[in-house]
Design a protein around this ligand. Structure first.
Ligand code: TXA
Ligand code: MG
Length: 344
């Protein structure tokens, strides 16, 4: 199968929508990352999504809707709190876990009686969902466990030949995935930090439980299998230095020097402000943007990780980031991408 690259013209979107209705898989941009879309109520299409990604059937998918008012199509009930959240954050990068409507195939929810739902804000995603007229299940459009795609080229690098088409809508603005909030618990539980910060959620609905990630050994029967430790992983190993910035940077530099002495190729992923610490070393560098600008760093994170990875370093080094606001999601993704976290 040759994967078509479609533009964002109304004709191309109408074509993509028709493909989706017929049960084919189409990747498309959202405001967070590219999604690998399939007809959510068509079990064959849903199964094909898992196959294309190489994703275990035990990891449930997010269902994307054109409008918040479509929620009753896929959710059996909408608690008042979910209505409040939808009014505040949809369309946008927030995924709500709600009771599953029986018409949603269990393949979508990996056998659960809950369903993950989101109304994306990206104009191309919105236009596609309106034209398709059906709910669209879409995980991030990467091979399972790999870094999420923020451009159509990233999608093709992972999935060319495995899906019918990708709509090329340029780089996705936010760059990291949606926040996943379980609304079936009281108070609701943050399952994955993402594009909507915990602080922003709290301002609308009050207390939110934060589910701390269990160690890998205890990850059986997880509330959300996407919380698996190693995820969003580059091909080459990433070491993450965590602790007060100055100490973390000093340790990162020392490790870079040691690796260089050992004849290894070293890649470094850092906020702009930190680059002076390593500028005199012969290392490959990808910068994330200003350290005080988490939105820019989120926008660049996955592309920078892929770019550094493509330069084939034996070891990649990064510093842990501050976890206020969007920083919480950034830190989460860096930690999951890391083969090793060095606490300084
Ligand atoms: O921003 C995003 O959310 C992107 C775009 C394409 O919308 N999608 C995305 O999908 O990141 P995916 O499949 O890569 O991540 C979905 C996450 C996983 O961690 C999954 O385990 C969790 O949502 N999830 C889905 N359904 C769930 C459910 N019923 N209960 C708990 N967690 C669920
Ligand atoms: Mg994913």
């Amino acid at each position: 199968m040759q994967t078509q690259r479609l533009d964002t013209s109304p004709a191309a979107i109408a074509h993509a929508a028709e493909l989706l209705r017929r049960g084919e898989l189409v990747a498309f941009p959202t405001e967070t990352v590219y999604g690998l879309g399939g007809h959510a109520l068509d079990e064959t299409a849903v199964t094909a999504i898992f196959t294309a990604k190489g994703r275990p059937a035990s990891d449930p998918l997010i269902v994307h809707l054109a409008h918040a008012s479509d929620l009753p199509i896929v959710a059996a009930a909408t608690p008042p709190l979910a209505t409040q959240l939808a009014a505040a954050f949809w369309p946008g990068p927030l995924t709500l876990i709600l009771p599953r409507h029986p018409r949603v195939p269990l393949a979508v929810t990996a056998g659960r009686e809950t369903v993950a739902v989101r109304v994306p804000a990206h104009p191309v995603a919105h236009a596609l969902l309106v034209a398709a007229g059906v709910p669209v299940a879409a995980p991030s459009a990467n091979r399972f466990g790999h870094t999420s795609p923020t451009t159509a080229d990233h999608v093709l690098a992972d999935l060319a030949g495995r899906i019918v088409a990708v709509i090329d809508g340029g780089a996705t603005p936010i760059g990291i995935e949606s926040t996943v909030l379980d609304c079936t618990t009281t108070p609701p539980t943050l399952l994955r930090p993402g594009g909507i910060s915990l602080e922003a959620l709290g301002a609308v609905i009050g207390p939110v439980q934060v589910r701390n990630r269990p160690p890998a050994a205890e990850q059986h029967g997880l509330a959300s299998p996407g919380l698996l430790d190693r995820h969003y992983a580059p091909d080459h190993e990433l070491w993450l230095f965590s602790g007060p910035p100055a100490a973390a940077l000093a340790r990162l530099r020392a490790e870079a020097e040691a690796a260089l002495r050992a004849g290894l190729r070293v890649g470094v992923l850092l906020p702009d402000d930190d680059l002076t610490f390593i500028h005199d070393l012969p290392v490959a560098i990808e910068s994330l943007g200003p350290a005080n600008d988490p939105a820019t760093m989120a926008h660049r994170l996955y592309a920078a990780l892929r770019a550094l990875d493509a330069r084939q370093p034996d070891r990649m080094l990064a510093r842990d980031l501050d976890d206020a606001g969007l920083g919480r999601a950034l830190r989460d993704r860096l930690r999951r991408a890391a083969a090793r976290v060095v606490e300084v």
